[in-house]
Write a protein that binds this ligand. Sequence first.
Ligand SMILES: [Fe+2]
Length: 232
Amino acid sequence: MYNQRKSTDECVIATLIGAINTYLTPHKKNISGVGDVLKQISLATMKENFCKNNSALPAPKADILKTAVRNISAHTLNAIRECLILATDELIWRQDEDEYYAPEADLGDGYRASNLHALLIGPSNAKYHHPDFTLGIFLLGPFTLYRDHFHLAPELYVNLTPRIGWRFQGGEWIDYSAGSLIWNDSNVVHATRVYDKPFISIFSWTRNIDSPCKVFKREDWKRLEQELNDSK
Ligand SMILES: [Fe+2]
């Protein structure tokens, strides 16, 4: 079972999970799903033989990651930022290479070019193991539209970036600030737009993590992508 006591001496990843746990706990009552995330975190087990086994990030990705972490400026996120700085080099950072989407999915260039994630808890590539739950860090590069999509897995995001746009079920775009939480119930269609600063977030899938993500076509993608491009 995930053990926060280990955090003090040896494991920066455990310390980061602890900081996320602490941040989420007060939101248990007002955000649907947070309680389940906390429960699943408590059920994760440590992998004794975990070691980082992938090569260093290519320079553009490493730069996006560094900038994104540096931009976490909200006072309430201080603990998470400090733990993230310490844990960054211990995590396995990966790009989605048709792991979550079918190869022919109409995701556009933005997501494919700039997505990056690392798991803290998950069935593989994570220090802490859970067979059907993930907790991790997710990034997208600036001026990116992450097109409308949905998945069976219920999903929690904690936005760490100062300003990030979301829309749900094709509704109006809403800008969210750092520290805000997004809960996407199973199969709710959602999209994200990233402005001038890279998007960094905590994300969690609480069950059905093997079910694929699917794109939900909207007619305004090209216009939105053009607007982001024009604002560079
Ligand atoms: Fe999602």
